[in-house]
Design a protein around this ligand. Structure first.
Ligand SMILES: [Zn+2]
Length: 834
């Protein structure tokens, strides 16, 4: 299919203006196809000219332009050429479309538990024409009238308020102008919970199989939603404009969520089946608030072209963090941002594919998508937080209000946003935005001290821009010193040069741990001095608050990832501080990051086995404590289920016996134990099938696929490989589940032959899956755990190969960079292991 070029979009927007869409969908035509009839009214500024319509149909019944038939054979590569336009036009398209299984277009999933089918529409970012004929670009906004025919027991909702007019017949109210990429319809026998707040009708929906869980969790979802509405109404000064607010938790969703006006879609794993883990609740609250921020920023004011996609996400990420912290009952929002989101963003910013936050050329729609990464979200949000420190919060909020009201229901660019900020603050932001938004990579920040006995004689903050990416970023941050667990001093610094003298530290006591960016306010790689690093081996747990521990953990982890910190020091520190940690966010993320990095390749196999044993022991000690908290119990039990060789315990847990209290009755935890048993070779595929006979839920089926692919036999790996690359019709989630089981760190000799096969066949994922799922599957299947120079060579050769889609190539580049970091660290700290 043709990919829309920016120049084409500009020409089309210059020529036409869309007045309205009228869409009729027939979802009652069986399992594979649906009917789609679209009427678009639009005007042309130069009558007589031609343009094109986007349409990705299975079959086209008829196309007419101003009453005259257009030959359906004129469709080329997903485009219908419309010639000899009048001043006012009406184009009518009747077509049959295919349901998708890759999470884009109108996705249809069947719940294996009860056989019920669910559909949801995902138009982002170029999938709208898989549902209806349209001029698919973000700056041709128009109001929509939508009617849907569906099986009689289905619930239907979309962007406009839905009314059931007859059994199986639904009409959605005319929307305000929206962009094509926000179009959605969600339909199926969804379970629904309703509420009301401040004149806004609220509905939350999920698969019927999760109805009980939704009933239990809806109060939290509604509360976060209401608190966020109040917060944004206060902050933005513009009321939510999209009518009813539906939140659909849908199956097999690729992203976390999508901000369709009035009808947000989320991945349904956010409705938890077992224990309500506080880190998952926080993450869900954050996603809810994030999508709500988009109702204004993205939906009400829409980017003109995809090169400003980052601004949508940076803004929503920043605003969600703020809403959750200031307006909801969920704590630790900032810690999660430090420990999880920024780690993701720093990795993207170190990769060879790094790019400026803004201004990356986006010559076509899909090339913008490849830059839609941790830089767009976490780094962009950090830059906005620095902007707030730079101009002051009052000016920032005034600028946002001006921007939203000035461009409501229209489109805007970065220049419009910065213009509003400059007007509100009275400051020229040319230099600031040039240095923060148009440069790449993270500066390294380090405090250098000269000492005189126990006191600081001289100190300075050194800022080193990343090699090959010159920049002159001004940072606002604080530097703090800690001794015996107490903060002995703290100072706020504006670092606008490569060397900033810290005269205020002269005469202060030399601390045991000196921590730059102690409140984690800026975006930088923190290089700790040798003494502070060594002190963190047993001192991290003494740091006085969880925010500081998160900042120290970030410095330690990222220091290891970039080769500056010995993985053994990180291991020692984790074993010392993690079991005593009280922050639920750190309990969860330190555990998963340690497993992923330390056990996933930073430690060589023998060291990794010993470390896994040590984590297992530490976690068992935590579980044995009388007063173990819920978050500590979850983190510890999860750690054991990932690391232990104790098959008897795992078999108990897999069967739901003697489960740690924190995870009693949690089906996902049972599957974790089943997967571990499979990885150890203690269960067969037939054993997995017996477990599946007892739990036939959608998530169990996925867990079962991962478990079977994890079995350490040639047969199991070959079966798994055939599932993904042998022409089987797997959904996006099924393929991801299988790929997640193939390369296990403890099975390197067995899976080594699949490294070459992965690189030979990964490109074929683009034949079955759309842009985002293909990229995600490439990441999920990458053989990071085979930390060997030969893997690196094979990866580089694959990147240079022909015929890869942009998304797959980009995923390979990033994953290869991460593998290279592992190898660099190994060469430095374990030279004999390669
Ligand atoms: Zn977003």
């Amino acid at each position: 299919m043709a990919i829309l070029q920016r120049t084409e979009a500009e020409a089309r927007a210059a020529l036409i203006e869309v007045t309205s869409y009228d869409v009729d969908l027939d979802l009652d035509r069986g399992d594979t196809e649906f009917g789609s009839v679209t009427t678009i009214r639009f005007s042309a500024r130069q009558p007589g000219e031609s343009t094109f319509l986007d349409l990705k149909a299975a079959r086209v019944g008829s196309i007419t332009l101003n009453g005259t038939a257009v030959d359906p054979a004129a469709i080329d590569d997903g485009r219908v050429t419309l010639t000899d336009l009048a001043a006012d036009n009406e184009v009518h398209v009747a077509a049959t479309m295919s349901y998708s299984r890759d999470g884009e277009g109108l996705h249809r999933a069947v719940d294996p538990e009860d056989g019920k089918a669910y559909v949801y529409g995902m138009s982002f970012m170029d999938a709208a024409p898989r549902m209806y004929a349209c001029f698919d670009q973000p700056d041709l906004k128009a109001p929509y009238d939508v009617r849907v025919r569906a099986p009689q027991d289905w619930v239907v909702a979309g962007n406009g308020d839905a009314t059931r007019t007859a059994p199986g017949e639904w009409t959605l109210a005319t929307t305000k102008p929206i962009a094509t990429y926000f179009f959605t319809v969600c339909a199926g026998p969804y379970a629904t919970v309703t509420d009301e707040h401040d004149g806004i009708h609220l509905e939350v929906h999920v698969r019927a199989a999760l109805a009980k869980e939704l009933d239990e969790q809806a109060p939290d979802i509604f509360q976060v939603t209401k608190q966020s509405f109040d917060h944004y109404h206060r902050l933005f000064g513009v009321r939510y404009p999209w009518g009813d607010y539906h939140q659909f938790f849908v199956p097999e969703f690729n992203a976390g969520a999508m901000e369709n006006p009035g009808c947000v879609t989320f991945r349904d794993t956010m409705i938890m089946r077992g224990t309500l883990a506080p880190d998952h609740l926080l993450s869900r609250a954050n996603t809810i608030a994030h999508e709500m921020a988009h109702m204004w920023f993205g939906d009400l004011v829409t980017l003109r072209w995809w090169d400003d996609l980052w601004l949508n996400e940076s803004f929503a990420e920043y605003m969600a963090g703020r809403a959750v912290e200031e307006a909801t009952d969920h704590d630790e929002s900032r810690i999660a941002f430090s420990a999880q989101r920024k780690t993701w963003g720093y990795a993207a910013d170190r990769a060879p594919s790094t790019h400026p936050i803004a201004g990356s050329p986006a010559p076509d729609a899909l090339s913008a998508l490849t830059n839609f990464d941790g830089i767009s979200y976490a780094k962009g949000a950090s830059a906005l937080a620095q902007l707030v420190l730079y101009v002051g919060d009052d000016a920032f909020v005034a600028g946002v209000r001006d921007y939203l009201s000035r461009h409501a229901f229209g489109n805007a660019t970065l220049a419009d946003f910065l213009g509003a900020m400059e007007k509100a603050s009275g400051r020229d932001l040319t230099q600031w935005s040039e240095q923060w938004l148009r440069t790449s990579g993270a500066d390294v920040l380090q405090v250098h001290t000269e000492t005189d006995g126990d006191t600081v004689a001289e100190a300075e903050l050194r800022r080193t821009p990343p090699a090959g990416h010159p920049a002159d970023r001004p940072h606002v941050l604080d530097v703090a010193g800690y001794t015996d667990g107490a903060q002995i001093w703290r100072t706020q610094v504006e670092a606008a040069a490569d060397v900033t003298p810290l005269g205020e530290l002269t005469g202060r006591e030399v601390p045991q741990i000196l921590l730059p960016n102690a409140s984690d306010e800026t975006w930088a790689q923190v290089a700790l001095d040798t003494a502070s690093l060594e002190a963190l081996r047993t001192g991290l747990r003494t740091l006085p608050d969880s925010g500081t521990r998160a900042a120290a953990w970030s410095a330690l982890l990222n220091g290891m990832l970039t080769g500056g910190v010995d993985p053994r020091l990180v291991r020692d520190s984790v074993l010392d501080f993690w079991p005593a940690e009280t922050s639920f966010t750190l309990l969860a993320y330190v555990a998963s990051q340690s497993r992923g990095a330390l056990l996933g390749g930073y430690l060589p196999p023998d060291e990794s086995t010993a470390a896994a044993q040590a984590f297992d022991d530490a976690a068992r000690t935590m579980l044995a404590a009388d007063d173990v908290s819920l978050p500590a119990g979850i983190a510890a039990a999860t750690m054991v289920a990932h690391t232990t060789h104790d098959e008897a315990t795992l078999r108990d847990w897999a069967d739901g016996r003697h489960t740690p209290a924190a995870l009693e009755g949690d089906p996902d935890f049972r599957w974790l134990a089943i997967r571990r048993l499979c990885t150890l070779g203690a269960l067969t595929a037939a054993d997995v099938d017996s477990h599946l006979a007892q739990d036939r839920s959608m998530s169990a089926v996925l867990d079962g696929l991962t478990a079977k692919a994890s079995i350490p036999t040639q047969d199991a790996k070959e079966w798994a490989w055939h599932q993904v690359f042998g022409g089987q019709q797997l959904s996006n989630y099924e393929a991801g589940a299988v790929l997640g089981g193939i390369f296990r760190p403890s099975q390197i000799d067995l899976v080594r032959p699949y490294v070459a096969r992965y690189f030979a066949q990964v490109g074929s994922l683009a034949q079955t899956f759309g842009g985002m799922p293909a990229e995600q599957l490439t990441r999920a299947g990458f053989p990071h755990v085979v930390v060997e120079p030969a893997t690196l060579e094979a990866a580089r050769a694959a990147i240079d190969g022909e015929g890869l889609s942009a998304g797959i190539r980009r995923a390979l580049i990033d994953q290869t960079a991460a593998l290279e970091e592992r190898i660099t660290s190994r060469r430095r700290y374990f030279p004999d292991s390669l």
